[in-house]
Design a protein around this ligand. Structure first.
Ligand code: SF4
Length: 215
């Protein structure tokens, strides 16, 4: 067994299932800076898909809600959803991690009102329910998902449905343009030392003070 090298550096936890959430919360509550990387649009993993916990027979949302509250109130914890670790390079105690973020097209202004979902026509198999039912092209995986932020399915981007969703959103929460990508890049660089991201674009529509984002 190798010696444990304690450092003050940021901790990255890959996977926001119940184990990852517990590890991330314990470390964040002990004062470490923690980044939790989760590939789904929500944390909680398979536990959130269960019917009831045995033997208490309470719903998983109950236990998850406590963790969500702990996560929400801890400034040491940054959660990146729709994100995957794509590369790790290391020297002892000095790791560089590459994280790939998928676009959600919805920002933190989302109030989870569901108006975008109501207006969108396209439906797709629900990944959360293993394709047993369908969900809209603007959706949240399940009612108590955390974060409480909707997602636009990439398959509706560039269609009338995407425009209808944007028009229906009174919270100015839907980003269909380059600013969404620039914003995510900004977050990556803010939270990950030496973090880089590549954006492929036809034109950049970022005017006035938003020019700072890509300069
Ligand atoms: S994106 Fe807008 S319309 Fe859709 S749920 Fe969020 S706030 Fe409501």
């Amino acid at each position: 067994m190798s010696d444990i090298v304690a450092t003050n550096e940021t901790i990255l936890v890959a996977g926001g299932g119940i184990s990852g959430i517990s590890a991330a919360l314990e470390a964040a509550e002990a004062g470490k800076q923690v980044i939790l990387v989760e590939k789904n649009a929500y944390i909680g993993g398979r536990v959130t898909q269960l019917y009831k916990y045995f033997p208490k027979l309470c719903h998983p949302t109950c236990g998850m809600e406590i963790n969500q509250r702990r996560a929400k109130s801890n400034p040491n914890l940054t959660i990146l959803t729709m994100a995957e670790v794509t590369g790790i390079s290391s020297d002892k105690g000095d790791y560089s991690i590459k994280v790939k973020l998928k676009p959600r097209y919805v920002n933190n202004n989302c109030t989870a009102c569901g108006k975008c979902s109501d207006t969108v026509d396209a439906e797709f198999d629900s990944e959360f329910n293993y394709g047993l039912n369908q969900r809209k092209g603007a959706y949240i995986a399940y009612n108590n998902a955390y974060p409480q932020t909707y997602v636009l399915d990439e398959r509706i981007i560039g269609t009338d449905d995407a425009s209808k969703a944007k028009d229906a959103c009174l919270a100015d929460a839907i980003d269909l343009e380059i600013m969404a990508s620039l914003k995510q890049t900004h977050y990556v660089r803010e939270n990950i030392i030496d973090g880089t991201s590549d954006i492929y674009y036809i034109d950049i529509r970022a005017i006035d003070r938003f020019e700072d984002f890509y300069q």
